[in-house]
Design a protein around this ligand. Structure first.
Ligand SMILES: [Zn+2]
Length: 174
């Protein structure tokens, strides 16, 4: 999933959490922060760039094989928040990061390490060889979203998240 899909999915999930779990109105601040939290797992790509392990136009970003893209990593962070008296933040982090990992396992070429540290095997539903022929960078994303199995959920999540965000911004609450 691209950052657009992750952000849209996070806004939808945050809206549902706020309304159904906490019985609150969703605010623009909550939705905006949730979009960022939903993108949090992909911040490890910045570390890959800084460590020179990733060059967008030359090689594959291997961050789905990083521990920072595993359920255990985010369960541990969620437990830390919960145990330090921030249950609301813990619920958002737990749900949004798990949602990110599920979407990273949908129609990608590698998937994520769901069983880490027991196994480093990566699981992907509908795996596709997206880098065949040495395709990287923007060409990789173009190939990725041209598949209906990816394009339809990506656009549906982006539109849904955008509509909820716009409604919240213009009418105060959603
Ligand atoms: Zn990711």
């Amino acid at each position: 999933m691209t950052p657009n899909g992750h952000a849209g999915a996070s806004i939808v999930a945050a809206y549902v959490i706020e309304r159904c779990v906490f019985k609150n109105q969703a605010t623009p601040l909550t939705l905006g922060l949730s979009a960022l939290v939903g993108l949090l797992p992909d911040f490890d790509s910045l570390a890959a760039l800084a460590l020179n392990r990733y060059r967008p136009s030359r090689n594959k970003l291997e961050h789905h094989a990083f521990p920072s893209h595993t359920p255990l990593f985010y369960l541990a962070l969620t437990a830390v928040l919960w145990s330090t008296g921030m249950p609301r933040e813990a619920v958002f982090l737990g749900v949004l990061s798990l949602g990110h990992l599920i979407l990273d396992s949908w129609g990608t070429d590698d998937g994520i390490m769901w069983l880490w540290p027991l196994s480093r095997r990566q699981f992907s539903l509908f795996p596709r060889n997206l880098h065949a022929g040495g395709v990287h960078g923007l060409r990789f994303y173009r190939r990725h979203v041209r598949c209906a199995r990816v394009f339809v959920p990506e656009v549906a999540l982006l539109i849904s998240g955008s509509l909820i965000a716009l409604h919240t911004l213009y009418w105060g609450v959603a």
